[in-house]
Design a protein around this ligand. Structure first.
Ligand code: FAD
Length: 510
């Protein structure tokens, strides 16, 4: 139930500008953790909403934020995989691993479900439009208007901008406006009472064509959303062209998906929404976090937007909880959040560019070539080294290999702290909080200096601390696994070899 005009308190711990997955999940978590939360949303519009594919890998995250049961009980249409005609036009049917099922969701239904989950946790959703947010002395002042146009303001210790592309806060000095290509999604809904003549009717379908791509999501046995993704500047839409005509013209360019409309009825006329990517220059400021699509928008080709939004909400709730309970940790927690959001958007930008590059080999058209490199506004983000250790690179590192060979030849071990052992305290997550945890600064000739806590699941500071206690590798392995979440022997030996190669450990006897 959305509260239309309740009396608003003058202040709150957190204000969340909400409506979609990011805001509702962050609100649910913060309320469940005992914070006073005010959640504002725009009135639900009558306009149709899109359908989206959510991969099975999202289930782990749903469980972590406590919504898996509700999602499973909602009766969303389940999919077994994707069928893709990319690049050369050859059909590739990809089933999800191990028979897992994804979800095909109508967004209005998903949003309503997530709102009810937030409310059940004690975060009532209040129907007021957020008009502006100002920051003063480390607090946020949030102005909202009700349906009658009356304005009120609420003072908050932190505001979470979860307003998606609207970017209520994000648009004021945070967001980098993409100078990359614009993408417009033109969506329509089709019904076919007898079902669809497809080998895998539950699959999401994706087809690249000369200057765009088409995408179809089934939400029941008889209803499919069928979308074309185009560069609006390359169509006559910007010169006042007709949306329905453009939709049909684009669909006619496809070889596979156009056939779906035969013997089908147009249930909802085409409508359009912006699907251009963007990012922000920073994701946190005093009393403010940008969350989900308010922070950045990744290419919809990935089908990871909802997952990314919920992961961002989970992290933002932890960061907000940290600042509200231990204000002295606010700054490192915000830095941690910004680094993580930048890393996520960077990694998706790289993946999308690779996919578009593949299509460009078959369709030599500016639509594809323009998307096969990371846009200038994201390039500096994309050029940042990604955090963490590149395990693949380590396998080919000669110093790690030499340490491994030497280790295998020793019948006894006698480890001591190495001359290059450097322990740093850096932010990491422990439960619902950001804490400063020990990391090792490691460097080998093939690896740039990197501060890391884990490699292949092995807790490096914990291993260094106990490495001198045992005289044989198997005993050290057993002792490590008794005290820590168990790891495999190859992972353990790999981590040990890295510590030796980087000089964080040394053999005390030759
Ligand atoms: C064409 C297209 C296809 C996509 N396909 C997929 C897919 O298949 N799979 C997938 O996982 N993702 C997909 N996505 C991405 C996905 O939709 C988003 O990543 C996800 O919805 C982000 O959630 P969010 O909560 O951050 O933002 P949103 O879902 O955009 O929610 C923001 C909310 O804030 C509200 N709001 C805005 N301004 C105000 C204000 N001033 N006051 C109060 N409330 C306000 C809005 O009403 C809205 O409800 C697609 C996106 C597009 C555009």
């Amino acid at each position: 139930m959305i509260l239309a005009c309740p009396q608003l308190p003058a202040s709150s711990d957190a204000v969340i500008v909400v409506g979609g997955p990011a805001g509702t999940v962050a609100a649910r978590l913060l309320a469940a953790w005992g914070h006073a939360v005010l959640v504002f949303t725009k009135a639900e519009a009558d306009a149709p909403t899109i359908a989206e594919s959510i991969p099975p890998s999202c289930r782990k995250l749903f469980r972590a934020v406590g919504i898996l049961e509700a999602i499973d009980a909602a009766g969303f249409f389940r999919s077994t995989g994707n069928t893709v005609w990319w690049g050369g036009g050859v059909s590739r049917a990809e089933a999800f691993a191990e028979g897992a099922l994804g979800y095909q969701v109508e967004r209005r239904r998903l949003d309503r479900l997530l709102r009810s989950q937030a409310e059940a946790a004690g975060a009532p959703i209040i129907e007021r439009m957020v008009t502006r947010v100002e920051f003063d002395a480390g607090r946020a002042v949030v102005a909202v208007v009700d349906g009658a146009g009356d304005e009120t303001s609420v003072d908050a210790r932190i505001v979470l901008d979860c307003s998606g592309r609207a970017g209520v806060v994000a648009r004021h000095g945070f967001r980098r406006h993409g100078d990359g290509p614009a993408t417009l999604a033109i969506v329509a809904v089709w019904d076919r009472a007898a079902g669809w003549p497809l080998p895998e009717p539950s699959h999401t379908l994706v087809e690249a064509y000369r200057d765009g791509w088409a995408w179809s999501v089934p939400v029941s046995a008889s209803r499919r959303y069928l979308t074309v993704m185009v560069d609006p500047r390359a169509t006559d839409l910007e010169r006042g062209g007709d949306l329905a005509g453009t939709y049909r013209a684009e669909l006619a360019k496809t070889r596979q998906l156009a056939g779906l409309t035969q013997d089908a009825t147009l249930a909802i006329e085409p409508w359009a929404c912006d699907a251009s990517v963007y990012a922000a220059g920073r994701y946190a400021a005093p009393a403010c976090l940008l969350v989900g699509d308010a922070a950045s928008f990744i290419d919809p080709l990935s089908s990871f937007g909802v997952k990314k939004a919920i992961a961002s909400a989970w992290m933002a709730a932890i960061v907000a909880n940290t600042g509200l309970t231990r204000p002295e940790m606010t700054e490192p927690a915000h830095e941690f959040y910004t680094a993580r959001e930048a890393e996520v958007v960077t990694s998706f930008a790289r993946q999308a560019a690779d996919h578009f590059g593949d299509a460009a080999t078959a369709h030599d058209h500016p639509f594809w070539t323009g998307r096969s490199t990371v846009g200038d506004d994201l390039a500096d983000l994309a050029n940042q080294p990604s955090a963490g250790i590149d395990v693949e690179a380590l396998r080919g590192d000669p110093t790690v290999q030499a340490a491994f060979t030497d280790l295998k030849q020793r019948s006894r071990i006698d480890f001591g702290p190495g001359e290059r052992l450097r322990i740093e305290r850096q932010p990491g997550i422990a439960g619902r909080e950001v804490v400063l945890e020990a990391r090792l600064r490691l460097e080998t000739p093939a690896m740039a200096p990197t501060a890391a806590r884990f490699v292949r699941g092995v807790d490096l500071p914990a291993l260094v601390e106990m490495a001198g206690d045992q005289g044989q590798v198997p005993d050290l392995f057993d002792a490590y696994n008794r005290r820590n979440p168990a790891v495999s022997l190859p992972d353990f030996l790999g981590a040990l070899s890295l510590l030796l190669a980087a000089g964080a450990l040394r053999h005390r006897s030759a």
